[in-house]
Design a protein around this ligand. Structure first.
Ligand SMILES: Nc1nc2c(ncn2[C@@H]2O[C@H](COP(=O)(O)OP(=O)(O)O)[C@@H](O)[C@H]2O)c(=O)[nH]1
Ligand SMILES: [Mg+2]
Length: 239
């Protein structure tokens, strides 16, 4: 990939203005000329601050939904906008809290240069993957969820819930056309499952999952529980 203009980067954000301003600078360093699509669900006052930091930046689109509607639904909204541009060939998805490092973009790009995968997942659990400065409770919880998803969905990937990914235009297009039902983080697992079941090619590269720099995590037990019920149904339905 020689021309970054064919790459869009979709970034879901909820109250992340401090992190976003750092992230935007880092992306500009590692993938200049790519297009950023930030889907921000913060309320009006927080959203105003996001608007302020992207002012005068040509390659950034800010979608302001003003209501917390879930990470998954934000990313799908971003895909739709990215795909409207005919030049878009690849779409990155990444968190806005500096948990994912733009320095690692090149691992994904090297991977699709080996083979044109439809989805490359940045995996914390593939050999070489790392978790840094995340509390032991969170680390164990993520590990357990991923063991369960591996057992239940069984699509031969090691990280079902990582939000650092690269999609081909084809893969993202399929996801938009075939309605994804979940709205929160579990949409990540639903998307991987749908692509796998429909014969799309998936690969993984190791990534480092970092502490969030500012703000607090949106994960809560209620969403976790409803997500588990959702994936249990997902496989039963598709049998
Ligand atoms: N647009 C949008 N983004 C969200 C929502 N919930 C979480 N995010 C973003 O999704 C990313 C991951 O969420 P985070 O709270 O860091 O989850 P954790 O990393 O699993 O603790 C962050 O960049 C959040 O700002 C949401 O409802 N809407
Ligand atoms: Mg996070």
């Amino acid at each position: 990939m020689k021309n970054n203009k064919n790459i869009s980067i979709v970034i879901p954000s909820y109250n992340e203005v401090e992190n976003l301003s750092i992230l935007i600078k880092k992306i500009d360093r590692y993938l200049p000329n790519s297009r950023l699509i930030i889907v921000d669900d913060s309320s009006i006052s927080e959203n105003k601050k996001s608007k302020e930091i992207i002012k005068n930046k040509k390659n950034i689109t800010l979608i302001s939904r003003l209501k917390k509607m879930g990470r998954g639904s934000a990313v799908l909204e971003g895909f739709k906008i990215a795909l409207k541009n005919k030049n878009t060939q690849y779409i990155f998805e990444m968190d806005s809290d500096l948990a994912h490092d733009p320095k690692e973009f090149k691992r994904f790009i090297n991977e699709i240069n080996v083979y044109p995968y439809d989805l490359v997942i940045g995996s914390r659990y593939k050999s070489g993957g790392k978790i840094v400065n995340i509390s032991p409770n969170r680390t164990i919880m993520s590990r357990l969820i991923n063991y369960f998803l591996y057992f239940w969905l069984n699509i031969k990937i090691s990280d079902y819930t990582s939000g650092f990914r690269l999609y081909s235009r084809n893969g993202a297009g399929f996801i938009i056309k075939n309605k994804i039902e979940s709205k929160g983080f579990i949409a990540l697992s639903e998307i991987a499952y749908m692509l796998y079941k429909n014969g799309y090619s998936i690969s993984e590269v190791p990534i480092t999952w970092n502490f969030r720099r500012y703000g607090k995590s949106n994960v809560n037990l209620k969403e976790l529980f409803s997500s588990l019920i959702f994936v249990i149904r997902l496989r039963i339905k598709s049998r």
